[in-house]
Each structure stands twice: as structure tokens, then as C-alpha cells.
Design a protein around this ligand. Structure first.
Ligand code: LAQ
Length: 373
């Protein structure tokens, strides 16, 4: 594998990537292989957007290789509360990202490779790309049993998923991106992709869970570097271009004008959580107070990630209705998010009942409501 830092024998990157303005059209044709120097998911997703929006892909195909630090990546139309365990993610410092393509939820870490195939909309062909990946794997290890399925997964030994696919089709440009599991943390993968939240109803796209395997489990001599080298070599042969991988820095505003705004947007709460399709949650929990247990029923409707409707049912004799109403009133309009609800309830508790027992009961109720998020 040749990683070109000098860009000798490669297209001049600045020339190739610059936005085509009225007078400046990117002249270079053929294929291009880029690899991100960043492991930041938001930067890498932003580069995908940037290439999609700014590069002239009419006569050029681009393969972009990238890896991320631990993150769960949900599809454009998904509900993170339905798809993953946000508590476990917070505890393990695993980020959450929403991508612009549709489809299901996947887990990434440095043991997972991402491949993005950019083409014009006309040349967009997912099966061709997956066949290229299969050929690359076969070239590296002929004994591997890897096949592409009708839903564009790659399966190892018939039963185990090693790659998942999603795509974005623009007006003229398109990209198909897929994962490839080399040696990701499977324990974390399965624990973060299990939602503990019950009673959610929505029209969000559900994921299709599968048994997964790392290629490393089949052959422990394989590494991400070898896999990326083999895939880029296959891509170069297929497109009759030099096998050179151009490293790119997705924080380079000079090279990618406007990239930092794109990165910031992908990091906002409004994009990650706020784009969740409207949903409702109908659940109940038990509260133990002074050796007695009572059941609390909660119903909420959440739109743009914010609580729109809220009802909390609990015995009147336990907590005066006006206190419960006060809590509901303050929850409406707040983000369905533990840090925001903690701030809201802490402010309420400061001005709330001075009576020691009522204060404790109210505090307990607030804590339980926060745990739903
Ligand atoms: N990294 C990875 N690779 C392959 N399969 C995975 C991975 N993580 C989880 N899974 C399994 O796939 C299902 C979800 O399958 P489902 O088919 O619902 O979704 C997908 O495959 C989406 C792939 C998106 C690829 C993009 C490429 C760049 S950014 S993300 C999940 O429940 C697990 O069982």
C-alpha cells in the first residue's frame, strides 16, 4: 500500500478537491482514493457531505476510507432511545452520531473500517462496490467465505454479518457507504445496541439485528491496515488508476471550505436527537418509599426531541396533585434528555416544598423520571 504524503504521482489534491466555481472545473478524471487522518466521526461524516456537495463526480469516482473512535451511528430516520443504550454509552464514553443516509444502527471503533464509494447518481451501484470488497478479501485470503446478500450486507460463513450498508442519493451525486468489521469490540457492540427503554411507539426506521463476527476471528493475522490496503488495491485495479492513497485532514478549512460548519452541525443536539421522528413513550416504574412500593405511570409525546405531552399518574395521597402538575408543566417544552431534565427539576426543587417529607418524595419522583431518558 502506498500512502502518498507528497502527492507525487497523484493528482494535486488541492486542485482536485477545490469547489468547482463558475470558471473552475475539476479537470482530473478517473478514480481517487482518500483516507481520513481523523478518527472523529463528526469530522468524517462532514467530509462525506462535503465531497457529496462540492466535488464534481460526473467523470470521477472516489473511495474514502475512514475509521472512528468508539461511536454508535444511527440512520437518518431513527430513534436513538429505541436503538441503543444511551446510559451505557455515557458510562463508556461512546459517542452518538446521526448520519445523513438511511438504514439501521451500527457500532464503530478502530477495529471497524468504513468505506464510502462516491459516484454520480447514474453510476451508483452498491452490488458492484460490495463485489469489489469481496474480491479484495479473496485476494488477501482466498479461503474466506464472504458473500454479499440481497440487502447489501456482507456475510462471513453464511451466518455472520461483517458489513452493513447505507446510501445517500442526491440530485446528481450519490454515495454508498459500508462498514467492515475487522477486530471491533463485540462485547461493547452488543451491549450498546440493546435499548433498555420500554413502551416507545414511533414510525422511525427500525434496525435489523444480526449475528456479527470480526474478520480477525476467522484469521488472526488480518489487520485493518491490510484490509484497507487490499480494498484500495482492488479499487485502483478496477478503475485503472495508480494505487495511491491520499491522506486528507477533515479539519482543513483551506482544503475543504465550509467543512467546520458541517462538522459542528453534525454535533448539535438538534441534529443528533432533535431529528428523531415524533414518538410516544408509555411506561411505568415502581418507587419504594419508607418500605412501601407504589406504581407510577408515565406517558409522554416527544417531537423534535422535546416533550410535547406529559402525564404522570400516581396516588393522590402520596403527592399532592398540584406538585405533580408543577412537574408536568415544567417537563413540557424541555428536551427529552437527562441533563436538561436534571437542570429543570433541580431548579424546581430549590423553589419547591419546604416540607422535608414532600421534598424527598418529589426528589425521588424527579430522579425516576430522569432515569427514563
Ligand atoms: N460495524 C458493524 N458492521 C456490521 N454490522 C454491524 C456493525 N455494528 C452493528 N452491526 C449489526 O448490524 C445491525 C444493524 O443492521 P441494519 O441493517 O439495520 O443497519 C446497517 O447495517 C446500517 C449500516 C450503516 C453503514 C454506515 C457506513 C458508514 S457510517 S454507518 C446491528 O443490530 C448489528 O447486529
Amino acid at each position: 500500500m502506498i500512502i502518498q504524503s507528497s502527492l507525487k504521482n497523484c493528482f494535486q489534491l488541492s486542485h482536485v478537491l477545490r469547489i468547482p466555481t463558475a470558471g473552475l472545473k475539476c479537470a482530473a478524471k478517473g478514480g481517487l482514493i482518500l483516507q481520513s487522518v481523523s478518527n472523529d466521526v463528526y469530522q468524517n461524516l462532514a467530509i462525506e457531505d462535503w465531497i457529496h456537495d462540492n466535488m464534481n463526480l460526473e467523470n470521477r469516482q472516489v473511495l474514502f476510507l475512514w475509521r472512528n473512535s468508539p461511536v454508535v451511528v444511527i440512520g437518518r430516520h431513527q430513534n436513538p432511545w429505541q436503538e441503543c443504550n444511551l446510559k451505557v454509552m455515557r458510562q463508556n464514553n461512546i459517542k452518538l452520531a446521526r448520519r445523513r443516509s438511511g438504514g439501521g444502527t451500527v457500532y464503530h471503533d478502530l477495529g471497524n473500517i468504513n468505506l464510502t464509494f462516491f459516484t454520480s447518481k447514474k453510476k451508483y451501484e452498491r452490488m458492484e462496490n460490495l463485489k469489489l470488497v469481496v474480491s479484495a478479501l479473496k485476494a488477501l485470503r482466498p479461503q474466506l467465505d464472504v458473500v454479499a446478500t440481497g440487502r447489501y450486507d456482507l456475510l462471513l460463513n453464511r451466518d455472520f454479518k461483517i458489513s452493513g450498508t447505507a446510501a445517500k442519493l442526491g440530485r446528481t451525486a450519490a454515495y454508498h457507504h459500508c462498514t467492515l468489521l475487522c477486530c471491533a469490540d463485540k462485547l461493547l457492540l452488543s451491549s450498546v445496541l440493546k435499548s433498555p427503554y420500554k413502551g416507545i411507539k414511533s414510525n422511525a426506521t427500525p434496525s435489523v439485528p444480526a449475528l456479527v463476527k470480526n474478520l480477525f476471528e476467522e484469521d488472526s493475522t488480518l489487520s485493518c491496515e491490510m484490509l484497507m490496503g487490499a480494498i484500495s488495491a482492488e479499487y485502483a485495479t478496477h478503475h485503472q488508476i495508480d494505487h495511491c492513497i491520499i491522506p486528507i485532514n477533515p479539519a482543513d478549512e483551506m482544503q475543504f471550505p465550509g467543512i467546520n460548519i458541517k462538522t459542528k452541525e453534525l454535533q448539535t443536539w438538534e441534529w443528533i436527537y432533535g431529528k428523531t421522528p415524533k414518538f410516544s413513550i408509555s411506561t411505568c416504574f415502581n418507587m419504594i418509599y419508607k418500605q412501601s412500593c407504589l406504581e407510577v405511570k408515565v406517558y409522554m409525546e416527544v417531537k423534535y426531541g422535546k416533550i410535547e405531552v406529559c402525564s404522570i399518574e400516581l396516588p393522590q395521597q402520596w403527592l399532592p396533585p398540584d406538585l405533580c402538575d408543577e412537574l408536568k408543566k415544567n417537563l413540557i417544552g424541555s428536551k427529552f434528555c437527562p441533563s436538561e431534565i436534571t437542570a429543570v427539576t433541580s431548579a424546581l426543587l430549590r423553589t419547591g416544598p419546604q416540607d422535608y417529607e414532600l421534598h424527598n418524595k418529589w426528589n425521588l419522583l424527579c430522579e425516576k423520571v430522569i432515569m427514563l431518558m
